[in-house]
Design a protein around this ligand. Structure first.
Ligand SMILES: [Zn+2]
Length: 255
C-alpha cells in the first residue's frame, strides 16, 4: 500500500492527468478508500478547473520552450556557417594557395644575354645602371643575364654559388618556378619573369655611394633549372648534387 504522503505528492500530476495508467489506477484505488486524500483531491480539482484555459503560466512555459528551440536552431545555423567557413579557409590555404614546383619542360625558361644595363667607362670598368623606376636599390644587378619563363608562373626563385674550379671563376645559378592552382587566374599576373644574376660582393654600398663598380667577370656562368623550391635548399652546401639533379639551361661567359 502507498502511504498518504506519497499520494499527496502525486495528486497534482493526477489532476493534470499526466500519470501512467498504472499510477492512476493506484491513486484511484487509494482515493476510493481514504476520505482525507479524497477531500484533498476534490479541493485540488476545483482549483484547477478555476484556471482559465489560456492560463498565463501555461503559455509562459510554451513560449520559453519555443524560445529555447529558436535559440537552439540559431546556434546550430551559426555553428554550420562557422564550420563551412573553416572548411573554405582550409581549402583556400591548403589546396588553392600552396606553391608547387613546376617540373622542367621544354621551353619552360630561356636565358637572354643583354648588355643594356651595363656599360663600360673610359677605363674599361663596367658601370652599373640601376632601374630608373626604382627609388630603392636593394641590390645591384649585373644585368647581363635574364632568365625568362614563357609560362604564367606565380613565383620564381633563384640562388647562386660562386666558386673557383680548375683556376676558373665560376658562377652557378639555380632557378625554380612555382605555381598554385590559382596562378592561371590571377588578374594581372605576369607571363614571364626575369631572374638576374646578382653580384655577390657589397655592391649595394658602392651603388648607393655612386661609385663605379669594377665587376669581376666570371670565366663561366652556368644556369640550372631545379625541380624543387629554392627556399628548401642550401645552394652553397648542396651545389654539386643540385647540378647533377638539375637541368643545365645555359652555360657561357659574358665576354
Ligand atoms: Zn490517504
Amino acid at each position: 500500500m502507498i502511504d498518504c504522503a506519497t499520494i499527496r505528492d502525486l495528486l497534482p500530476l493526477y489532476v493534470d492527468d499526466v500519470l501512467s495508467k498504472e499510477s492512476k489506477a493506484l491513486i484511484s484505488g487509494h482515493l476510493a478508500t481514504c476520505e482525507s486524500c479524497k477531500n484533498e483531491f476534490a479541493k485540488m480539482q476545483s482549483e484547477f478547473a478555476k484556471l482559465p484555459p489560456n492560463d498565463g503560466a501555461k503559455i509562459d512555459v510554451l513560449k520559453s520552450m519555443k524560445k529555447k528551440l529558436f535559440k537552439k536552431n540559431v546556434m546550430v545555423s551559426l555553428g554550420s556557417i562557422a564550420v563551412l567557413m573553416v572548411f573554405a579557409l582550409c581549402f583556400i590555404k591548403w589546396v588553392l594557395l600552396p606553391q608547387t614546383s613546376i617540373p622542367y619542360e621544354n621551353g619552360l625558361l630561356r636565358v637572354e644575354v643583354s648588355t643594356t644595363k651595363v656599360s663600360r667607362d673610359a677605363n674599361g670598368y663596367l658601370m652599373v645602371i640601376t632601374d630608373p623606376n626604382s627609388t630603392i636599390i636593394d641590390y645591384v644587378e649585373r644585368g647581363v643575364i635574364d632568365i625568362v619563363s614563357s609560362r604564367k608562373t606565380a613565383n620564381r626563385s633563384s640562388a647562386s654559388v660562386y666558386l673557383e674550379e680548375n683556376g676558373e671563376r665560376v658562377q652557378i645559378a639555380f632557378v625554380n618556378f612555382t605555381e598554385s592552382l590559382l596562378s592561371k587566374w590571377e588578374p594581372g599576373g605576369e607571363t614571364a619573369y626575369a631572374v638576374r644574376i646578382v653580384e655577390p660582393q657589397n655592391s649595394q654600398v658602392l651603388a648607393e655611394n655612386g661609385v663605379d663598380v669594377e665587376w669581376e667577370v666570371f670565366d663561366r656562368i652556368e644556369v640550372y633549372y631545379i625541380n624543387q623550391q629554392i627556399s628548401e635548399i642550401n645552394a652553397e652546401r648542396d651545389y654539386v648534387k643540385l647540378c647533377n639533379d638539375g637541368i643545365l639551361i645555359w652555360s657561357g661567359s659574358l665576354d
